[in-house]
Design a protein around this ligand. Structure first.
Ligand code: NAD
Ligand code: GLY
Length: 361
């Protein structure tokens, strides 16, 4: 069992542990009583996760609410159904919401917890790799609306993250790879996170076959490193006023691609994997990184064999126009996080359109 502490600006009620390991679902009750005692636990999950792992999840004194599976249900309607169910059950201010699932469940449950009775405690029990290394940590909650993804949400930290890596064994290959894209992202931002030397690029490159076949001792270590890196970033910048933007490496292009394809062709991770390569192409073209690092990074991205689905050709103009609608655009300028050295990145808002179009062509 591994433990990482998230300590947001040293505010005690925002300090919480991330527990990482195998067979933690069976011990959930113990952890909840210790880190998030409550009058009642309100578990939010979907049928698929409940069918696969619900029997293992040991939480006493709980009510369970099943929501439909899928990004398209991360919306107002599902949010209201969660809040209405909590009201119908007469859950009081001392109850705690429990998100049991991937990033969709985590984001919507966190949001619901942040507004139910002006805010009740909540716990993340992430069951996808993406959720274990990224979305369950750091307190971003959200739903989508017709204007875009994650436009409505709050910053609201959980009291505990319980990441049982055994749950990853039932993910299909595509979902696993979506998580790997975020894992690789951490390797490229490691030094800028400034919380110790993990040599994460070497760790991933050196253990690629064990990681790809989901050898859990390597996965546990990788999840721990990612969580340490994310915890270090949100410790310094909870609300993304600066440093936290580096977690979006690969996402400027990734989000644009998701938008162009109407969120229906690529998984988030596939789009991010392509976005990582675009960032390295841009950095190399701008002489920000050496050829050696460019080749090493491209090789690592390729090692994960992201197997992209068939997709139409999006012109550079279509992609840049989608980039301009991203919520991270500032004063009309597209923001890129670009590699500047091994494990280091910086924020750029001055990439010339001509160069961008050349790289995207
Ligand atoms: P997801 O939650 O949709 O899960 C993907 C699929 O895997 C779903 O069908 C789900 O039911 C299934 N699943 C979950 N656990 C499983 C398991 N153990 N075995 C088999 N199947 C399982 O997708 P995701 O990739 O986990 O999360 C994506 C969401 O996360 C997006 O909405 C994104 O906006 C959000 N996100 C949030 C943050 C944040 O900081 N809050 C960061 C990154 C992404
Ligand atoms: N996934 C980006 C963030 O948490 O800020």
């Amino acid at each position: 069992m591994r433990e990482v502490t998230v300590d947001i600006n040293s505010v005690s009620e925002k300090k919480y542990p991330i527990i990482i390991g195998e067979d933690l679902l069976e011990k959930a009750n113990e952890y909840l009583l210790r880190y998030c005692p409550a009058s009642k636990y309100f578990i939010i999950t979907n049928e698929k996760i409940d069918g696969l792992w619900g029997k293992k999840l040991n939480i006493e004194n709980a009510e369970k609410f099943i929501i439909p599976d899928g990004e398209k249900y991360k919306n107002y309607e599902t949010l209201i159904s969660i809040l209405n169910k909590a009201s119908e059950l007469k859950l009081d201010r001392k109850c705690a919401f429990v998100a049991f699932g991937g990033g969709v469940i985590g984001d919507i449950t966190g949001f619901a917890a942040s507004v139910y009775r002006r805010g009740v405690d909540f716990v993340q029990i992430p069951t996808t790799l993406l959720a274990q290394v990224d979305s369950s940590v750091g307190g971003k909650t959200a739903v989508n609306n017709e204007y875009g993804k994650n436009l409505i949400g709050t910053f609201y930290q959980p009291k505990l993250v319980l990441a049982d890596t055994k749950t990853l064994t039932t993910l299909d290959e595509r979902q696993l790879k979506t998580g790997f894209a975020e894992v690789v992202k951490y390797a490229f931002i490691e030094k800028t996170c400034d919380c110790g030397e993990f040599n994460f690029i070497d760790f991933l490159s050196g253990n690629i076959s064990e990681i790809k076949k989901l050898n859990l001792s390597f996965i546990n270590e990788a999840v721990e490193i990612c969580c340490k890196l994310k915890a270090a970033v949100v410790h310094k910048d909870e609300k993304e006023n600066g440093l936290r933007a580096i977690l979006n490496l690969g996402h400027t292009y990734g989000h644009a691609l998701e938008k162009c394809s109407n969120y229906s062709i690529f998984t988030h991770g596939e789009a991010v994997a392509l976005g990582l390569q675009v960032c390295f192409d841009l950095s190399f073209a701008l002489n920000l990184i050496s050829e050696e690092y460019y080749n090493q990074a491209s090789e690592l991205i390729n090692m994960f064999e992201f197997n992209l689905p068939e997709h139409p050709y999006y012109t550079p103009e279509m992609i840049t126009s989608a980039m301009k609608f991203d919520k991270k655009v500032k004063d009309g300028k597209i923001i890129f996080i670009l590699p500047t050295n091994v494990g280091e990145v910086a924020v750029f808002d001055n990439i010339e359109t001509n160069l961008l179009h050349q790289i995207l062509a």
